[in-house]
Write a protein that binds this ligand. Structure first.
Ligand code: NDP
Ligand code: BG6
Length: 491
């Protein structure tokens, strides 16, 4: 049975508390941990943003994202008690004003208490926050800073941010969040690979034909369009979430699950990624942008219409990446992500090699190679596709069927969401689910190569209908190598 162990008392300052992330994810995550008894009463939540408002007004604002008519009386009571932990303080972090004193006054003066500074802010002002905290001597030995992704918009800006944060906090107190690393199924990837003997002997270029990583969303850019239009799918999703997933699939076995063992192995994968250049980008990368269509039966305007101006920001990208090391020589990692796609699904598919010799003598196309489907969300689960004999008389017939591990059927369905888990990991000082500085910078170096190739004029943007699986060119990219995206089977 899952056991929830309370964490030590802490003070958390949520910078950017009136923003989308804080209201939609962070405050609810803290509330859920409170309801489960993981957060003690002597913890404090200090919400900070520029607007001036009272504690009560902020609590009411937060409630609009959490409290609804269907909430039970018991849950409502918990909400009321939870809000007693919350204070609001108005603060413009980019200015060295009096309001920093108010922040300090809202915090517990005990310097030994665990302090968390969560930067749910535009990354360009991460440096100002650190400078402000240092001026107030709030960077005590037990203080941890949490940086949201994307850290910077390229290698150089990421380095600048990391340098500024590094002047105030030691690397072991810096928690760079990639919320995908907090997802239950993503954590299970390491267990699947390294706590089973079955896969490891085959987990290389001898046993595996190729890997597919898909993170498809049905939603468009929505309220975050201003941010998204500057970022696009490559910076928003590939630089962090997709590359982290690729690292977990491709990395060598770490010595242990200790943070630096895992992070060092992930870094080696990032460094082994073959650079994509202006010469290779037309073959290896497809950029797309959604056009008007329908998602889940609802009409959706095109992206440019949604943001209200002409734009060449990509809302879809698919990439053929190669990991140039001994284990993965010649094995493509196909990655794709997009908004307004046919269905919401994140999954990793490992396609094993074809058998070397067919003893059955069935018609061509009847024998399928084994395939491991790791469904990250929704309907979390793991499927291993196998060839079996169709039972019964009437000649030898073969069937391609799944060995199916569905989380919903096998486990308690109710486990903490990624932000809940990650917040508790920060309080515990467990860095293993967070990215180290060199990982973030190595990921940017590789992504920068693609951006540079696009800047050199190799940035053709293909339209795709909202509600589809992306531009046809993405399918053609695999077709050129006699492969296909496995949408149908894994859905
Ligand atoms: P929003 O624009 O919705 O919120 C930004 C917040 O920062 C607001 O509370 C804003 O409040 C505050 N802020 C801006 N400038 C200052 C300042 N100078 N001083 C103090 N507060 C300031 O952004 P999001 O919540 O969407 O994103 C925040 C961060 O999280 C970004 O780095 C983003 O990339 C990352 N992120 C967001 C995700 C999401 O789902 N939203 C997912 C993953 C990462 P005010 O202007 O009133 O001061
Ligand atoms: C965020 C991106 O990091 O991840 C968003 O900024 C995206 O654009 C989101 O929608 C997807 O996360 P999840 O957990 O819903 O798959």
């Amino acid at each position: 049975m899952a056991e929830l162990v309370p964490v030590e008392p802490f003070d958390i300052v949520v910078f950017g508390a009136t923003g989308d992330l804080a209201l939609r994810k962070l405050i609810p995550a803290l509330f859920h941990r409170w309801c489960d008894g993981q957060i003690t009463e002597d913890s404090r939540i200090i919400a900070a943003a520029r607007d001036t408002m009272s504690d009560e007004a902020f609590r009411e604002l937060a409630a609009t994202h959490i409290v609804d008519k269907s909430m039970s009386d018991e849950r409502r009571k918990s909400w009321t008690s939870f809000t007693q932990l919350i204070r609001y303080t108005a603060l413009d972090v980019s200015r060295d004003g009096e309001d920093w004193n108010d922040l300090k006054a809202a915090m517990d003066p005990n310097e030994d208490k665990i302090r968390l500074y969560y930067l749910a802010l535009p990354p360009s002002i991460y440096g100002s926050v650190c400078a402000g905290l240092a001026r107030q001597s709030l960077n005590s030995w037990n203080a941890r800073i949490v940086l949201e992704k994307p850290i910077g918009s390229n290698y150089h800006t990421a380095r600048e941010i990391n340098d500024k944060v590094g002047e105030v906090f030691r690397e072991n107190n810096i928690f760079r969040i990639d919320h995908y690393l907090g997802k239950e199924t993503v954590q299970n990837l390491l267990i699947l690979r390294f706590a089973n003997y079955l896969f490891e002997p085959l987990w290389n270029a001898n046993g595996i034909d190729h890997v597919q990583i898909t993170v498809a969303e049905t939603l468009g850019a929505g309220k975050r369009a201003t941010y998204y239009d500057r970022s696009g799918a490559l910076r928003d999703m590939v630089q962090n979430h997709l590359l982290q997933l690729a690292c977990l699939v491709a990395m060598e076995p770490p010595e242990s699950l200790e943070a630096d063992s895992v992070r060092t192995e992930k870094l080696k994968v990032l460094k082994a990624l073959r650079p994509i250049t202006a010469a290779t980008v037309p073959n290896d990368v497809v950029r797309g942008q959604y056009q008007a269509g329908a998602v889940d039966g609802e009409k959706v305007p095109g992206y440019a219409e949604e943001v209200g101006h002409d734009t060449d920001t990509e809302t879809f990208v698919s990439i053929r990446a190669m990991v140039d090391n001994w284990r993965w020589a010649g094995v493509p990692f196909y990655m794709r992500t997009g908004k307004c796609m046919a269905s919401r699904r994140s999954e990793i598919i490992v396609q094993f090699k074809e058998i070397p010799h067919d003893i059955v003598g069935v018609a061509k196309g009847t024998l399928h190679p084994n395939r491991l489907v790791i469904r990250l969300q929704p309907d979390e689960g793991v499927k291993l596709m196998l060839m079996t004999k169709d039972p019964g008389p009437g000649g030898l017939r073969l069937r391609y069927v799944p060995l199916n591990l569905s989380y919903a059927e096998h486990f308690e369905a109710d486990y903490p969401d990624a932000y809940e888990r990650l917040l508790m990991a920060v309080v515990r000082g467990n860095l293993s689910l967070f990215m180290r500085r060199d990982e973030v910078e190595a990921a940017w170096r590789w992504v920068d190569g693609i951006i540079q190739a696009w800047d050199e004029g190799q940035a053709k943007l293909y339209g795709y209908q909202a509600g589809s699986d992306g531009p046809t060119q993405s399918a053609l990219m695999l077709d050129r190598e006699s492969r296909e995206w496995f949408d149908g089977l894994s859905r």
